[in-house]
Design a binder for this molecule. Structure first.
Ligand SMILES: Cc1cc2nc3c(=O)[nH]c(=O)nc-3n(C[C@H](O)[C@H](O)[C@H](O)COP(=O)(O)OP(=O)(O)OC[C@H]3O[C@@H](n4cnc5c(N)ncnc54)[C@H](O)[C@@H]3O)c2cc1C
Length: 392
Protein backbone atom coordinates (compact mmCIF):
# COMPACT_ATOMS: atom_id res chain seq x y z
CA UNK A 1 0.00 0.00 0.00
CA UNK A 2 1.15 3.53 -0.67
CA UNK A 3 0.62 6.05 2.11
CA UNK A 4 -0.34 9.59 1.21
CA UNK A 5 2.25 10.78 3.72
CA UNK A 6 5.02 9.13 5.73
CA UNK A 7 6.21 11.33 8.60
CA UNK A 8 9.64 10.75 10.14
CA UNK A 9 9.80 11.75 13.81
CA UNK A 10 7.16 11.87 16.55
CA UNK A 11 8.09 15.11 18.35
CA UNK A 12 5.68 18.08 18.41
CA UNK A 13 6.18 18.73 14.67
CA UNK A 14 5.61 15.13 13.56
CA UNK A 15 2.68 14.51 15.90
CA UNK A 16 0.92 17.71 14.81
CA UNK A 17 1.19 17.16 11.08
CA UNK A 18 0.13 13.50 11.52
CA UNK A 19 -3.06 14.54 13.33
CA UNK A 20 -3.95 17.24 10.80
CA UNK A 21 -3.37 15.13 7.67
CA UNK A 22 -5.05 12.02 9.09
CA UNK A 23 -8.06 14.13 10.03
CA UNK A 24 -8.14 15.50 6.48
CA UNK A 25 -8.58 11.92 5.28
CA UNK A 26 -4.99 11.22 4.26
CA UNK A 27 -3.50 7.77 4.77
CA UNK A 28 -0.65 8.61 7.15
CA UNK A 29 2.19 6.63 8.71
CA UNK A 30 4.48 8.08 11.38
CA UNK A 31 7.87 6.62 12.28
CA UNK A 32 9.39 7.33 15.72
CA UNK A 33 12.61 5.75 16.83
CA UNK A 34 12.26 6.00 20.61
CA UNK A 35 9.61 4.31 22.75
CA UNK A 36 7.31 6.83 24.51
CA UNK A 37 6.99 8.24 27.06
CA UNK A 38 10.49 9.66 27.06
CA UNK A 39 12.04 12.74 28.56
CA UNK A 40 13.83 15.20 26.33
CA UNK A 41 16.23 18.12 26.58
CA UNK A 42 13.77 21.02 26.50
CA UNK A 43 12.61 23.80 28.83
CA UNK A 44 9.04 22.47 28.36
CA UNK A 45 7.36 25.89 27.99
CA UNK A 46 4.54 26.16 25.45
CA UNK A 47 3.59 29.71 24.47
CA UNK A 48 0.05 31.07 24.77
CA UNK A 49 0.07 31.41 20.98
CA UNK A 50 -0.07 27.59 20.72
CA UNK A 51 -3.08 27.03 22.97
CA UNK A 52 -5.58 27.48 20.13
CA UNK A 53 -3.65 24.93 18.08
CA UNK A 54 -3.55 22.44 20.96
CA UNK A 55 -7.34 22.87 21.25
CA UNK A 56 -7.75 22.34 17.49
CA UNK A 57 -5.65 19.17 17.77
CA UNK A 58 -7.97 17.90 20.50
CA UNK A 59 -5.35 17.83 23.27
CA UNK A 60 -5.89 21.28 24.82
CA UNK A 61 -7.89 20.04 27.82
CA UNK A 62 -5.40 17.26 28.60
CA UNK A 63 -2.52 19.72 28.22
CA UNK A 64 -4.12 22.17 30.68
CA UNK A 65 -4.88 19.44 33.21
CA UNK A 66 -1.21 18.34 33.25
CA UNK A 67 0.71 21.59 32.76
CA UNK A 68 2.29 23.85 35.37
CA UNK A 69 0.93 27.30 36.29
CA UNK A 70 0.24 29.99 33.68
CA UNK A 71 3.31 32.11 33.01
CA UNK A 72 2.50 35.81 33.45
CA UNK A 73 5.96 37.33 33.80
CA UNK A 74 9.25 37.10 31.98
CA UNK A 75 12.39 37.69 33.98
CA UNK A 76 16.13 38.06 33.82
CA UNK A 77 18.54 36.33 36.22
CA UNK A 78 22.00 37.73 35.50
CA UNK A 79 24.84 38.14 37.98
CA UNK A 80 23.40 39.30 41.30
CA UNK A 81 20.21 40.65 39.70
CA UNK A 82 16.76 39.18 39.41
CA UNK A 83 14.35 41.25 37.31
CA UNK A 84 10.76 40.59 36.22
CA UNK A 85 8.38 42.23 33.73
CA UNK A 86 4.92 41.35 32.38
CA UNK A 87 4.63 38.79 29.61
CA UNK A 88 3.39 40.66 26.51
CA UNK A 89 -0.01 39.90 25.03
CA UNK A 90 -0.70 40.21 21.34
CA UNK A 91 -3.87 41.00 19.49
CA UNK A 92 -6.06 37.94 19.18
CA UNK A 93 -3.90 35.95 21.62
CA UNK A 94 -5.90 34.30 24.40
CA UNK A 95 -5.82 35.94 27.84
CA UNK A 96 -4.49 32.65 29.18
CA UNK A 97 -0.78 32.44 29.86
CA UNK A 98 1.52 29.86 28.29
CA UNK A 99 2.46 26.89 30.46
CA UNK A 100 5.08 24.20 30.69
CA UNK A 101 4.61 20.45 30.52
CA UNK A 102 7.17 17.65 30.32
CA UNK A 103 7.87 16.27 26.87
CA UNK A 104 7.11 12.80 28.23
CA UNK A 105 3.51 14.06 28.45
CA UNK A 106 3.20 16.44 25.47
CA UNK A 107 4.74 14.24 22.78
CA UNK A 108 2.73 11.24 23.97
CA UNK A 109 -0.53 13.24 23.92
CA UNK A 110 0.09 14.28 20.33
CA UNK A 111 1.14 10.81 19.19
CA UNK A 112 -1.94 9.19 20.75
CA UNK A 113 -4.17 11.81 19.11
CA UNK A 114 -2.51 11.02 15.77
CA UNK A 115 -3.20 7.32 16.29
CA UNK A 116 -6.83 8.07 17.15
CA UNK A 117 -7.12 10.19 14.00
CA UNK A 118 -6.09 7.13 11.98
CA UNK A 119 -2.31 7.49 11.55
CA UNK A 120 -0.38 4.22 11.63
CA UNK A 121 2.46 4.56 14.15
CA UNK A 122 5.72 2.64 13.63
CA UNK A 123 7.52 2.82 16.98
CA UNK A 124 10.27 2.19 17.89
CA UNK A 125 11.52 2.20 14.30
CA UNK A 126 14.16 4.48 12.80
CA UNK A 127 13.92 5.83 9.29
CA UNK A 128 17.34 5.25 7.76
CA UNK A 129 16.90 6.16 4.10
CA UNK A 130 14.54 7.88 1.70
CA UNK A 131 14.67 6.97 -1.96
CA UNK A 132 12.75 8.99 -4.48
CA UNK A 133 11.15 7.22 -7.40
CA UNK A 134 9.06 8.69 -10.19
CA UNK A 135 5.63 8.46 -8.57
CA UNK A 136 6.45 7.75 -4.93
CA UNK A 137 9.21 7.63 -2.33
CA UNK A 138 10.41 4.60 -0.40
CA UNK A 139 11.26 5.15 3.26
CA UNK A 140 13.42 2.39 4.75
CA UNK A 141 12.90 1.68 8.44
CA UNK A 142 15.19 -0.25 10.75
CA UNK A 143 14.60 -1.73 14.22
CA UNK A 144 17.09 -4.14 15.82
CA UNK A 145 17.59 -6.80 13.15
CA UNK A 146 14.47 -5.97 11.15
CA UNK A 147 14.01 -3.79 8.07
CA UNK A 148 10.84 -2.60 6.44
CA UNK A 149 9.89 -0.31 3.57
CA UNK A 150 7.06 2.19 3.49
CA UNK A 151 5.82 3.63 0.21
CA UNK A 152 4.71 7.25 0.28
CA UNK A 153 3.49 9.88 -2.10
CA UNK A 154 4.82 12.55 0.23
CA UNK A 155 7.58 12.30 2.83
CA UNK A 156 7.65 14.75 5.74
CA UNK A 157 10.85 14.92 7.78
CA UNK A 158 10.14 15.93 11.39
CA UNK A 159 13.08 14.28 13.09
CA UNK A 160 14.67 17.35 14.64
CA UNK A 161 18.23 18.54 14.24
CA UNK A 162 20.27 17.39 17.23
CA UNK A 163 20.88 13.74 16.49
CA UNK A 164 24.59 13.10 15.84
CA UNK A 165 23.70 11.39 12.57
CA UNK A 166 20.56 13.33 11.66
CA UNK A 167 20.00 12.13 8.17
CA UNK A 168 18.52 14.41 5.52
CA UNK A 169 20.65 17.19 6.99
CA UNK A 170 23.74 18.79 5.59
CA UNK A 171 27.04 17.50 6.88
CA UNK A 172 27.77 18.10 10.56
CA UNK A 173 30.60 20.63 11.02
CA UNK A 174 33.67 19.66 13.05
CA UNK A 175 33.61 20.33 16.81
CA UNK A 176 34.29 23.96 17.73
CA UNK A 177 34.75 25.73 21.04
CA UNK A 178 31.75 27.92 20.21
CA UNK A 179 29.39 24.91 19.82
CA UNK A 180 26.40 25.15 22.13
CA UNK A 181 25.72 22.01 24.17
CA UNK A 182 22.26 21.68 25.70
CA UNK A 183 21.42 20.45 29.22
CA UNK A 184 18.21 20.03 31.10
CA UNK A 185 16.98 18.85 34.50
CA UNK A 186 13.81 19.01 36.56
CA UNK A 187 13.76 19.84 40.28
CA UNK A 188 11.28 19.42 43.10
CA UNK A 189 10.96 22.02 45.83
CA UNK A 190 12.31 25.03 43.94
CA UNK A 191 11.61 28.53 45.26
CA UNK A 192 11.09 30.05 41.82
CA UNK A 193 8.13 32.45 41.91
CA UNK A 194 5.16 30.68 40.27
CA UNK A 195 4.14 32.37 37.03
CA UNK A 196 7.65 33.75 36.40
CA UNK A 197 9.86 32.46 33.57
CA UNK A 198 13.33 33.98 33.93
CA UNK A 199 15.99 34.02 31.25
CA UNK A 200 19.35 33.03 32.76
CA UNK A 201 22.38 34.91 31.39
CA UNK A 202 25.80 33.58 32.41
CA UNK A 203 29.27 33.64 30.88
CA UNK A 204 29.40 31.33 27.88
CA UNK A 205 25.72 30.47 27.81
CA UNK A 206 22.09 31.12 28.61
CA UNK A 207 19.13 29.22 29.97
CA UNK A 208 15.67 29.36 31.44
CA UNK A 209 13.56 28.14 34.34
CA UNK A 210 9.84 27.56 34.65
CA UNK A 211 7.36 25.66 36.82
CA UNK A 212 6.15 22.62 34.93
CA UNK A 213 3.88 19.61 35.48
CA UNK A 214 3.73 17.61 38.69
CA UNK A 215 4.99 20.50 40.83
CA UNK A 216 8.45 20.30 39.25
CA UNK A 217 10.58 23.16 37.91
CA UNK A 218 12.55 22.73 34.71
CA UNK A 219 15.98 24.25 34.22
CA UNK A 220 17.40 24.07 30.72
CA UNK A 221 20.40 25.77 29.21
CA UNK A 222 22.94 25.98 26.43
CA UNK A 223 26.63 26.36 27.19
CA UNK A 224 29.63 26.80 24.92
CA UNK A 225 31.81 23.72 24.60
CA UNK A 226 34.96 25.67 25.61
CA UNK A 227 33.22 27.19 28.67
CA UNK A 228 32.14 23.73 29.77
CA UNK A 229 35.66 22.38 29.31
CA UNK A 230 37.04 25.18 31.51
CA UNK A 231 34.32 24.65 34.13
CA UNK A 232 35.14 20.94 34.28
CA UNK A 233 38.87 21.59 34.52
CA UNK A 234 38.23 23.95 37.47
CA UNK A 235 36.09 21.36 39.28
CA UNK A 236 37.65 17.94 38.67
CA UNK A 237 35.44 15.08 39.73
CA UNK A 238 32.18 16.75 38.68
CA UNK A 239 30.16 15.27 35.83
CA UNK A 240 29.49 17.56 32.86
CA UNK A 241 25.97 18.32 34.15
CA UNK A 242 27.21 19.00 37.69
CA UNK A 243 29.86 21.35 36.31
CA UNK A 244 27.20 23.18 34.25
CA UNK A 245 24.96 23.63 37.29
CA UNK A 246 27.89 24.79 39.43
CA UNK A 247 28.80 27.35 36.75
CA UNK A 248 25.24 28.68 36.51
CA UNK A 249 24.78 28.83 40.29
CA UNK A 250 28.09 30.68 40.66
CA UNK A 251 27.07 33.31 38.11
CA UNK A 252 23.34 33.81 38.76
CA UNK A 253 22.10 34.63 42.25
CA UNK A 254 18.52 34.02 41.05
CA UNK A 255 19.20 30.34 40.30
CA UNK A 256 21.18 29.96 43.52
CA UNK A 257 18.19 31.20 45.52
CA UNK A 258 15.56 29.32 43.49
CA UNK A 259 17.31 25.96 43.85
CA UNK A 260 18.40 26.26 47.48
CA UNK A 261 17.07 23.06 49.10
CA UNK A 262 15.58 21.72 45.82
CA UNK A 263 16.10 18.11 44.77
CA UNK A 264 16.64 16.61 41.34
CA UNK A 265 13.64 14.91 39.69
CA UNK A 266 15.26 12.07 37.74
CA UNK A 267 18.57 12.84 36.10
CA UNK A 268 20.17 15.41 33.82
CA UNK A 269 19.81 15.09 30.06
CA UNK A 270 22.22 16.44 27.46
CA UNK A 271 22.05 16.99 23.70
CA UNK A 272 23.71 18.91 20.96
CA UNK A 273 25.51 20.76 19.70
CA UNK A 274 22.33 22.58 18.74
CA UNK A 275 22.08 24.00 15.23
CA UNK A 276 20.05 27.20 15.20
CA UNK A 277 19.35 28.74 11.79
CA UNK A 278 17.03 28.76 8.82
CA UNK A 279 17.12 25.71 6.52
CA UNK A 280 15.26 24.68 3.36
CA UNK A 281 11.65 23.71 4.02
CA UNK A 282 11.54 21.42 0.99
CA UNK A 283 14.62 19.63 -0.31
CA UNK A 284 15.20 16.50 -2.37
CA UNK A 285 11.43 16.06 -2.68
CA UNK A 286 11.03 15.89 1.12
CA UNK A 287 9.06 18.44 3.19
CA UNK A 288 10.64 19.52 6.48
CA UNK A 289 8.91 20.77 9.61
CA UNK A 290 9.96 21.70 13.15
CA UNK A 291 13.61 22.07 14.05
CA UNK A 292 14.71 20.49 10.81
CA UNK A 293 13.18 23.38 8.82
CA UNK A 294 14.63 26.03 11.10
CA UNK A 295 15.53 26.50 14.71
CA UNK A 296 15.66 29.51 17.00
CA UNK A 297 18.14 29.67 19.86
CA UNK A 298 16.17 28.17 22.76
CA UNK A 299 16.73 31.41 24.70
CA UNK A 300 13.26 32.43 23.44
CA UNK A 301 11.55 29.11 24.37
CA UNK A 302 9.59 29.02 21.12
CA UNK A 303 10.81 25.77 19.51
CA UNK A 304 7.81 23.62 20.47
CA UNK A 305 5.41 26.29 19.25
CA UNK A 306 7.33 26.74 16.01
CA UNK A 307 7.41 22.97 15.50
CA UNK A 308 3.64 22.62 15.91
CA UNK A 309 2.84 25.80 14.00
CA UNK A 310 5.14 24.93 11.08
CA UNK A 311 3.27 21.62 10.82
CA UNK A 312 -0.01 23.45 10.77
CA UNK A 313 1.28 25.68 7.93
CA UNK A 314 2.44 22.62 5.98
CA UNK A 315 -0.80 20.68 6.50
CA UNK A 316 -2.70 23.75 5.27
CA UNK A 317 -0.54 24.06 2.17
CA UNK A 318 -0.77 20.34 1.38
CA UNK A 319 -4.51 20.03 1.87
CA UNK A 320 -5.23 23.28 -0.01
CA UNK A 321 -3.29 22.10 -3.00
CA UNK A 322 -5.81 19.22 -2.96
CA UNK A 323 -3.10 16.60 -3.07
CA UNK A 324 -2.61 16.69 -6.80
CA UNK A 325 0.85 15.19 -7.56
CA UNK A 326 1.45 17.99 -10.07
CA UNK A 327 0.90 20.59 -7.32
CA UNK A 328 3.56 19.43 -4.87
CA UNK A 329 5.98 22.20 -5.90
CA UNK A 330 3.18 24.77 -5.49
CA UNK A 331 2.45 23.45 -1.99
CA UNK A 332 6.18 23.69 -1.21
CA UNK A 333 6.29 27.33 -2.36
CA UNK A 334 3.23 28.23 -0.32
CA UNK A 335 4.54 26.50 2.79
CA UNK A 336 8.02 27.94 2.44
CA UNK A 337 6.71 31.51 2.12
CA UNK A 338 4.29 31.14 5.03
CA UNK A 339 7.08 29.65 7.15
CA UNK A 340 9.49 32.51 6.46
CA UNK A 341 6.87 35.18 7.22
CA UNK A 342 5.97 33.42 10.46
CA UNK A 343 9.35 32.53 11.93
CA UNK A 344 12.33 34.26 10.29
CA UNK A 345 12.20 37.40 12.47
CA UNK A 346 12.19 35.52 15.76
CA UNK A 347 15.05 33.27 14.66
CA UNK A 348 17.17 36.36 13.99
CA UNK A 349 16.08 38.09 17.21
CA UNK A 350 16.93 34.93 19.19
CA UNK A 351 20.43 34.83 17.68
CA UNK A 352 21.01 38.41 18.84
CA UNK A 353 19.68 37.75 22.37
CA UNK A 354 21.81 34.60 22.64
CA UNK A 355 24.97 36.44 21.63
CA UNK A 356 24.36 39.20 24.18
CA UNK A 357 23.30 36.94 27.08
CA UNK A 358 26.36 34.69 26.84
CA UNK A 359 28.90 37.52 27.06
CA UNK A 360 31.00 37.59 30.19
CA UNK A 361 30.04 41.19 30.92
CA UNK A 362 26.35 40.80 30.01
CA UNK A 363 25.05 41.49 33.55
CA UNK A 364 26.99 44.76 33.79
CA UNK A 365 25.84 45.78 30.31
CA UNK A 366 22.17 44.78 30.28
CA UNK A 367 20.95 44.78 33.88
CA UNK A 368 21.19 48.57 34.51
CA UNK A 369 19.31 49.26 31.26
CA UNK A 370 16.66 46.58 31.91
CA UNK A 371 16.24 47.83 35.49
CA UNK A 372 15.54 51.36 34.24
CA UNK A 373 13.36 50.19 31.33
CA UNK A 374 11.68 46.89 32.32
CA UNK A 375 9.57 47.25 29.19
CA UNK A 376 12.67 46.11 27.29
CA UNK A 377 12.29 42.59 28.75
CA UNK A 378 8.65 42.56 27.62
CA UNK A 379 9.74 43.85 24.20
CA UNK A 380 12.29 41.02 23.94
CA UNK A 381 9.52 38.47 24.59
CA UNK A 382 7.40 40.24 21.98
CA UNK A 383 10.19 40.04 19.35
CA UNK A 384 10.63 36.37 20.16
CA UNK A 385 7.16 35.59 18.85
CA UNK A 386 5.19 35.49 22.11
CA UNK A 387 2.48 37.70 20.58
CA UNK A 388 2.47 36.26 17.07
CA UNK A 389 -0.77 34.29 16.71
CA UNK A 390 -0.35 32.01 13.70
CA UNK A 391 -3.22 29.59 14.37
CA UNK A 392 -6.47 31.21 15.57
C1 LIG B 1 18.06 23.66 26.19
C2 LIG B 1 16.80 23.76 25.38
C3 LIG B 1 15.65 24.28 25.95
C4 LIG B 1 14.50 24.41 25.19
N1 LIG B 1 13.40 24.92 25.78
C5 LIG B 1 12.27 25.10 25.06
C6 LIG B 1 11.09 25.62 25.67
O1 LIG B 1 11.02 25.86 26.88
N2 LIG B 1 10.02 25.84 24.87
C7 LIG B 1 10.04 25.57 23.54
O2 LIG B 1 9.04 25.84 22.86
N3 LIG B 1 11.13 25.03 22.95
C8 LIG B 1 12.24 24.77 23.68
N4 LIG B 1 13.32 24.21 23.09
C9 LIG B 1 13.28 23.84 21.66
C10 LIG B 1 12.45 22.57 21.43
O3 LIG B 1 12.86 21.54 22.31
C11 LIG B 1 12.58 22.09 19.97
O4 LIG B 1 12.49 23.18 19.13
C12 LIG B 1 11.51 21.07 19.64
O5 LIG B 1 11.72 19.88 20.35
C13 LIG B 1 11.50 20.76 18.14
O6 LIG B 1 10.50 19.82 17.86
P1 LIG B 1 10.62 18.84 16.61
O7 LIG B 1 9.35 18.04 16.60
O8 LIG B 1 11.02 19.58 15.41
O9 LIG B 1 11.85 17.88 16.93
P2 LIG B 1 12.14 16.95 18.18
O10 LIG B 1 11.40 17.37 19.36
O11 LIG B 1 13.63 16.86 18.25
O12 LIG B 1 11.53 15.54 17.74
C14 LIG B 1 12.14 14.75 16.77
C15 LIG B 1 11.71 13.31 16.97
O13 LIG B 1 12.21 12.54 15.87
C16 LIG B 1 12.73 11.32 16.36
N5 LIG B 1 13.73 10.86 15.38
C17 LIG B 1 14.97 11.37 15.15
N6 LIG B 1 15.57 10.72 14.13
C18 LIG B 1 14.68 9.78 13.71
C19 LIG B 1 14.71 8.79 12.70
N7 LIG B 1 15.78 8.66 11.90
N8 LIG B 1 13.63 7.97 12.56
C20 LIG B 1 12.55 8.10 13.36
N9 LIG B 1 12.46 9.03 14.35
C21 LIG B 1 13.51 9.86 14.51
C22 LIG B 1 13.31 11.68 17.71
O14 LIG B 1 13.39 10.51 18.53
C23 LIG B 1 12.28 12.70 18.23
O15 LIG B 1 11.25 12.08 18.98
C24 LIG B 1 14.49 24.01 23.83
C25 LIG B 1 15.64 23.48 23.27
C26 LIG B 1 16.78 23.33 24.03
C27 LIG B 1 18.02 22.76 23.41
Amino acid sequence: MTYDAVIIGGGPAGGTVAILLARAGWRVALVEKTPFPRRKVCGEFVSATSLALLDALGVGAAFRSLAGPEVREVGLFAGQSTLAAPMPRGQGVTAEGGRAVGRHHLDLLLLEAAREAGAVIHQPWSAVAVERRERESIVTLAAKDAREELHARIVIAAHGSWEPAAFLMDERPAHRGADLLAFKARFFGSRLTPGLMPLLAFPGGYGGMVHTDGGATSLSCCIRRDTLQRARAESPGLSAAEAVLAHIVEHTAGVREALAGASLDGHWLAAGPIRPGIRPRFAGGVFRVGNLAGEAHPIIAEGISMAMQSSWLLANALTREAFDPGRVEAAARRYSGDWRRSFATRIRAAALFAAVAARRHAPAAIVPVARRLPGLITLGADLSGKTRQIVR
